[in-house]
Design a protein around this ligand. Structure first.
Ligand code: GDP
Length: 526
């Protein structure tokens, strides 16, 4: 197959949702019907049920054995589909944000009973920043949920995106009859635990008496009324609007019953974007370029303390990646090559000889990679759009075993490179401040420092609430500000200066009093 056909086959996306909406179940069903797994239950939930480290470590152990769960690949409808897994727990939201930088589109799962939940809003903000195309799947229609029109309104209001239903539910809960495909005039009749996606799907005109006969006069009348309403309220669906990230098509179904998934998957194969172009510090890179480029968006540590190696996940952006070939590691300025790059199937990983744009390869790493690192065939540029966001909790690392200070230093910096948390260094004394979005991250860091590096530490709370990256056109002014506020200035992992603000009010006052200094809420700015 030619390079271009390989490229055009690829679809790389992530499923996002608030925990419990049904992400794991949907992923599993997609893999099942894509033929990548044979039985349900093969996909491990990466959900943390009790907010406990032991629980997290247990899950990580399982995942460590099969890091395959980080990327899952299957073929369906002539496409090669790569699903990038995202952690369910909110304390690991940063990991999810970064994974979103490596996909070309997302499927958002909503629970029809709960509607749009808090974490969904935050994840969608990240998608909006990048105009990532979004398809919405409203799940659990076998339950008595909110009115579908209210759900659509809620989606539009809370997520600042316009929506357009593509399938529409006929009743719900115990009276759920199925979904009607609005563009293809097909009725998919609901059945508990479908084993074939095509089962009980019938082409049927909206005004056909067969519809009344099959779903009942009342529900048929309601469907006709709903469709009329949809056509009045919503514009016709245009693929270009979806690709531009301005309209999200909406599907209804029940993942656990494998219901409504065919419509979702078929549409996904038809409309979702093939690998898109990406920005670098120098220029826009097109996937069709024949020179290879890619970037690391995730680093997975080996939880086994005897094996310190890690796997760096590289998203291929352009050209063909080849096993054993030398590539330029731009940040380190050195040539590197990989003799055993991996690609992942649902429950296994295989050494591969080549990869194409959209693919994710796993590279064995002994400490050369940081999140965001770029590989090229020599061109000196790095991919942008992989920013760090301000953490919410800040704590200083205090060494509790003076004999192990080297190990602690190394452990903290390696965990920061992996993206487990953000590291800020403060003067005097090279003090290490760790920033996270959740409590659980601190527990994981402490656990891993002890078990993987033999270092022990405790954390001391810091009163900061926000980190702002600071720049100025006038370097004198920036230096003066940093000198005056030295108690609140730290350097991030790339040695960029950051102002640590205790409250929003303090941040505002500092902005007002220092108009020459620019404050940025993410690590990437123009
Ligand atoms: P995640 O946290 O988003 O990955 O959610 P899961 O896929 O683990 O699902 C959470 C719970 O919802 C599980 O108990 C599922 O069995 C259940 N669930 C998933 N899909 C459906 C559905 O369509 N209907 C009902 N009633 N329950 C569902």
């Amino acid at each position: 197959m030619s390079f271009i056909s390989e490229l055009k086959k690829r679809r790389t996306f992530a499923i996002i949702s608030h925990p419990d909406a049904g992400k794991t179940t949907l992923t599993e069903k997609l893999l099942l019907f894509g033929g990548a797994i044979q039985t349900a239950g093969a996909v491990k939930s990466n959900k943390i049920k009790k907010t406990a480290t032991s629980d997290f470590m247990e899950i990580e152990k399982q995942r460590g054995i099969s890091v395959a769960t980080s990327v899952m690949t299957f073929e369906y409808g002539g496409r090669k589909i790569n699903i990038l897994d995202t952690p369910g727990h909110k304390d690991f939201a940063e990991d999810t944000y970064r994974t979103l930088t490596a996909v070309d589109s997302v499927i958002l799962v909503i629970d029809c009973v709960k509607g749009v939940e808090e974490q969904t809003e935050r994840l969608m903000e990240v998608c909006r920043m990048r105009d990532t195309p979004v398809i919405v799947f409203v799940n659990k229609m076998d339950r008595e949920g909110k009115d579908p029109f209210d759900l659509l309104d809620e989606l539009e209001q809370k997520l600042s995106i316009k929506v357009r239903p593509i399938t529409w539910p006929v009743n719900m809960g115990s009276d759920f009859k199925g979904v009607y495909h609005l563009l293809e005039n097909r009725m998919n009749y609901f059945k508990v635990n479908k084993t074939k996606l095509e089962d009980d799907v019938k082409e049927i005109a909206l005004d056909s008496p067969e519809l009344d006969a099959s779903v009942g006069v009342k529900d048929a009348a309601q469907l006709r009324e709903d469709v009329e309403m949809i056509e009045t309220i919503y514009d016709d669906f245009k693929e270009a609007d979806y690709l531009a990230g301005s309209i999200a098509p909406v599907f209804f179904g029940s993942a656990v019953n494998s219901f409504g998934i065919k419509e979702l998957l078929d549409s996904f194969c038809n409309i979702s974007p093939e690998p898109i172009s990406r920005n670098t510090s120098v220029r826009l890179v097109e996937p069709t370029e024949n020179k290879f480029t890619g970037f690391v968006f995730k680093i997975h540590a080996n939880i086994d303390p005897r094996h310190r190696d890690r796997i760096a996940f590289l998203r291929i952006c352009s050209g063909k990646f080849e096993r054993g070939k030398f590539y330029k590691h731009v940040r380190l300025g050195k040539d590197v090559r990989f003799s055993n790059p991996y690609m992942f199937m649902a429950d296994s990983k295989n050494v591969v000889d080549e990869g194409f744009p959209g693919d994710v390869v796993g590279l064995y790493d002994t400490g050369n990679f940081k999140i965001g690192d770029t590989l090229t065939e020599g061109e000196l540029m790095f991919f942008t759009g992989i920013p760090s966001f301000s953490p919410e909790l800040f704590r200083e690392v205090i060494n509790t075993d003076p004999l192990k200070s080297k190990q602690l230093e190394k452990g903290v910096s390696q965990l920061a490179e992996e993206g487990v948390a953000q590291l800020f260094t403060m003067q005097p004394g090279n003090r290490k401040i760790i920033g996270t979005v959740g409590e659980l991250q601190f527990e994981v860091i402490q656990h891993r420092l002890l078990h993987e590096y033999g270092a022990s530490c405790r954390f001391e709370s810091k009163p900061y609430s926000k980190a702002c990256w600071i720049t100025s056109k006038d370097s004198e002014k920036l230096n003066e500000f940093m000198r005056l506020k030295s108690n609140f200035i730290a350097l991030d992992k790339d040695d960029n200066p950051v102002f640590l603000a205790e409250t929003d009010w303090i941040l505002r006052m500092n902005k007002e009093n220092n108009p020459e200094v620019e404050f940025h809420t993410t690590s990437e700015f123009n």
